[in-house]
Design a protein around this ligand. Sequence first.
Ligand code: COA
Length: 163
Amino acid sequence: MPTIAIYPGSFDPPTEGHKNIIERASKLFDQVIVAIAVNSAKQETLSPEERVTLLKGLFQEYPNIQIESFQDQLLIHYVQKKKAQVIVRGLRTFQDYEYEFQMALANKQLAPEIETVFIMADARYAFLSSTLIKEIVRLGGSCEGMLSLSVEKKLKEKLKKSR
Ligand code: COA
């Protein structure tokens, strides 16, 4: 049976840190589904459709990576619907640990058959977050090495419009 892993997140925008985790997960599992969580409580910069398009562009050469979005449902229900066995999460710093630990335990309680697998962030990207990148772009800084060119272009466009 193929091992299907889901990598969920808000990806607003997807960064080089996310890209690195996705690439590494694609070597560990038969299939990786990047699941863009649409969280109505979080103020979004890029629409879910824009995030799907950007991520699809980044991974068009990877046959075992799929990009989707999910909304208004528990992650584990989405994982079960996709017949996946694994949730992948990236760990950047010690601060991530507490939140991730709580979420992994809650998901385990809700669906014991699903495992959460953590991938340590590459040291080059351990400081990155989508909010930090948006601030750098908004204030005219360079985000070389933090964002793919297509993502940077789209983000600049969106942040310009929202001013
Ligand atoms: N590189 C760069 N940045 C990273 C990163 C990496 N490897 N890993 C995480 N981040 C950043 C993200 O950019 C994001 O930054 P931001 O807060 O500035 O936007 C931040 O870390 C949070 O990461 P993200 O993966 O987007 O987590 P989240 O908390 O927004 O989403 C879900 C987590 C979607 C998995 C969770 O909310 C969920 O499962 N929702 C569905 C409902 C549900 O089942 N709830 C019960 C859960 S027990």
